[in-house]
Ligand binder design. Structure first.
Ligand code: GLC
Length: 744
């Protein structure tokens, strides 16, 4: 029911943005059913077909007029978007609007830190604000569906796509993933300045074997449900409008054909009624997977598993009509798939409001750039500081060296299809503005991160010798992380390690600033540096954000969302690991082993002879210009019973001389379980801002549900027993308190 004709101009003006008409779910479902009843089989199949942007080409226009395409990805010209939409509305038989989709992963034009960087902020506000700005910019050109947030848990930094997610932990990923979805979808998805979110890649993609992209995964369902599914369950129950199934197989079944995953769990168990899109060609890829003999079988398997839309696979448009006519896919199932597509179009308000106002396009608003800088400041992690930072007033000569000091393209990171690099402000530009060009000498040393040449070393070393301080901007070019960009050697690429060693020889103190899409192995470089700052590809405002931190105009508060390995071969590595029957202790390392040492002399426990055990820097770790102290946690009770909660309090004190934000983390250990439990798990976190000398009491609530896990019978249970609880600055600190849970 279109209410527009009945609303007065005043009522229309009262609507926050251009007039929209949020239909009730009941009205939407009635409209969907009525529309489906009018559709031909061909038109139904057409709604399930998603094509990549072909511009306003005859091929695309003819497909639209014939009702053979329901959504388009990668069309970003607003004039073309309106023209294509007009073809659908005015020149197809039923006038069903198109949805325009795009990978807007960490900003559209104003680029924010990569999601792994945003995760280092541990701030739902930062993440939501960035997504809201992305939605404002992208929707202004007609993009109403983004293929984000990626909420894949990743514990192997060889995998290039770790860059696109929120790290290794289900609680952190759940909370920040939902913040991103809220930012995209706003409070009313039918408003034209919103985008449908897309929780991806469902599921288990981050467990790709050997950290090699698209590789097989072997995830027992108890682990799938404990580790990989929680962020998706939150998305499904929290209102994510769409999901994307993943390329990988789980235990031999590709997600694109996995009915247990896509229907039994997602729809029947979690009650989700959104739109499931395949990944690019992932239905067709069930052929090379060896799960489908041909494209017709792939179409049948995907349709019956519950994939609504075929992204660039040409499986549905090629075979679904025949499959339905032959009864291999029921009309009821086909109508379910079509209903999920049409429901999204109604939810987005596209039937009432299909066109965009091309005069309202606005990128790089000052407020957006300020938000992007704040995101850099809060997502950058201080890993080491011997006191050299913040840069002292007496420092006059700064040598800026390294391949990432002035890399407008590479500082944006992966998945920035719409980047305009000329808008990226580099660290060099900002430092020169801050300290004066004559006080900042710039010598790259190597031309780009993979550059193996030493030709630039001499000039760099000379600059270092002449300086009071070296700022060494190291890291990875954007292309070294992201999809299909996996690495087995996690050290600094190219000749950067040798360059750092040469710079260290000069004796000038070095601040190493790393921009990368993953944790890197940097043991020697960290040892040689006076300070180490880690910025996971910060986006447009990397320069101003880093300069504010280095100069002390802003304070560090970022904390690691992933564990940093000591060796490339140490991965997968994560803090919530199992204890094993012989946890690492009494380690004799490789260079300490006497000649002809006895077989059992090095200690028979779980560690590596050449790197011991544990991370170089732990999950949750990050320093500040302040020093914070934590009291031991206090519990409101030493016992927990069903229906009760325990309040955990901790006094956090800022012993520093400047205001700061501290991310306080709550970890719990279940000491004995019917299935072994991790040595600790993050259960909650909160940011607290403290003035110099200020103490605040931080409190958390623990309830039995938070302690639950899936047992061998796939029941979600909380078992009686002893628990430890930490309130700490990271996953390796703090003194535990104890409580017991009794289910009586
Ligand atoms: C890619 C990615 C997916 C992306 C899609 C559309 O292959 O796996 O994350 O959203 O294709 O670009």
């Amino acid at each position: 029911m279109n209410l527009k004709p009945f609303l007065t101009a005043a009522a229309l003006a009262a609507l926050a943005v251009s007039p929209v008409f949020a239909l009730t779910e009941q009205e939407i479902n009635a409209n969907v059913a009525a529309l489906i009843s009018k559709m031909t089989l061909e038109e139904k199949v057409g709604q399930l077909n998603q094509l990549s942007g072909l511009g306003y080409s005859p091929e695309m226009v003819n497909a639209i007029k014939a009702g053979n395409v329901g959504s388009i990805l990668n069309e970003t010209d607003p004039a073309i978007v309106n023209k294509l939409q007009r073809e659908a509305i005015e020149n197809s038989r039923l006038g069903i609007p198109l949805i325009i989709a795009r990978d807007v992963i960490h900003g559209y034009k104003t680029i924010f830190p990569i999601p792994l960087g945003q995760a280092a902020s541990w701030s739902e506000e930062i993440v939501e604000e960035g997504a809201r700005i992305a939605a404002e910019e992208a929707s202004s050109v007609g993009i109403r569906w983004t293929f984000s947030p990626m909420v894949d848990i990743a514990r192997d930094p060889r995998w290039g796509r770790m860059a696109e997610g929120f790290g290794e932990d289900p609680v952190l990923t759940t909370r920040l993933g939902m913040a991103m979805t809220r930012g995209y979808q706003g409070d009313d998805l039918s408003k034209p300045n919103t985008m449908a979110a897309c929780a991806k890649h469902f599921a288990g993609y981050g467990a790709s074997e050997s950290g090699k992209d698209y590789n097989t995964t072997w995830i027992p369902e108890v682990q799938l449900r404990d580790v990989y599914l929680p962020p998706f369950e939150a998305q499904a129950k929290g209102g994510a409008a769409t999901f994307m199934c993943s390329f990988n197989d789980i235990c031999g079944v590709p997600s694109s054909g996995n009915k247990h995953l896509l229907t039994d769990i997602l729809r029947d168990e979690w009650g989700w009624d959104g739109l499931m899109v395949s990944d690019w060609g992932s239905i067709q890829q069930m052929i090379p997977h060896g799960y489908s003999a041909d494209l017709r079988q792939a179409a049948e398997q995907a349709a019956n598993a519950g994939v609504d839309v075929d992204m660039e696979g040409y499986a549905y448009i090629g075979y679904l009509k025949d499959l339905v006519e032959k009864g291999e896919v029921s009309t009821e199932q086909l109508d379910n798939l079509v209903a999920n597509v049409l429901r999204l179009k109604y939810r987005l308000g596209l039937f009432e409001n299909p066109y965009i106002d091309e005069s309202k396009i606005n990128f790089y608003a000052p407020s957006s750039l300020a938000a992007a800088q704040k995101a850099v400041e809060q997502s950058t992690v201080l890993l080491k500081n011997d006191g050299i930072l913040p840069i002292k007033k007496g420092v006059k000569k700064i040598a800026v060296i390294g391949p990432m000091a002035d890399a407008q393209h590479d500082q944006a990171g992966t998945w920035v299809f719409d980047l305009e690099k000329e808008h990226c402000v580099t660290p060099l530009t900002s430092l020169r503005e801050k300290y004066g060009k004559k006080n900042v000498t710039y010598v790259p040393g190597v031309k780009f991160s993979r550059d193996l040449s030493h030709d630039g070393f001499d000039e760099a070393v000379k600059a270092a010798k002449d300086a009071d301080i070296v700022l060494f901007f190291a890291g990875e070019e954007a292309v070294l992380s992201g999809e299909a960009h996996c690495r087995t050697d996690l050290t600094l690429p190219g000749a950067q390690k040798e360059l750092m060693a040469a710079l260290a020889e000069t004796g000038t103190p070095i601040v190493m600033v790393v921009q990368a899409g993953r944790p890197l192995v940097m043991n020697d470089e960290v040892a040689k540096a006076a300070a180490v700052v880690y910025c996971f590809h910060g986006g447009t405002m990397t320069g101003p954000g880093l300069t504010a931190l280095l100069a002390g105009d802003a304070n560090f508060s970022g904390k690691l969302p992933v564990s940093f390995p000591k060796a490339s071969a140490q991965v997968p590595l994560y803090y919530a690991h199992k204890n094993t029957g012989r946890p690492a202790e009494g380690m004799t390392l490789i260079n300490d082993i006497p000649l002809e040492a006895g077989q059992t002399s090095t200690g028979c426990t779980s560690f590596y002879l050449d790197c011991g055990d544990g991370p170089a820097f732990p999950f949750g770790y990050g320093l500040s210009y302040n020093n914070y102290s934590y009291s031991d946690p206090k519990l409101s009770s030493a016992t927990l019973t069903p229906g009760e909660t325990i309040t955990v309090t901790c006094d956090v004190t800022n012993n520093g001389s400047r205001e700061g934000r501290e991310v306080v983390q709550l970890y719990v250990r279940d000491h004995v379980g019917s299935l072994i439990r991790p040595v600790k798990e993050l259960k909650d976190f909160a940011s607290v801002t403290l003035a110099p000398g200020e103490t605040k009491t931080v409190s958390f609530e623990i309830n039995p549900e938070m302690l639950s896990f899936y047992n061998a019978q796939l029941q979600k249970v909380t078992e009686p027993g002893e628990f430890s609880v930490w309130v700490a600055p990271n996953s390796e600190s703090g003194s535990p308190a104890s409580f017991s849970y009794s289910d009586k």
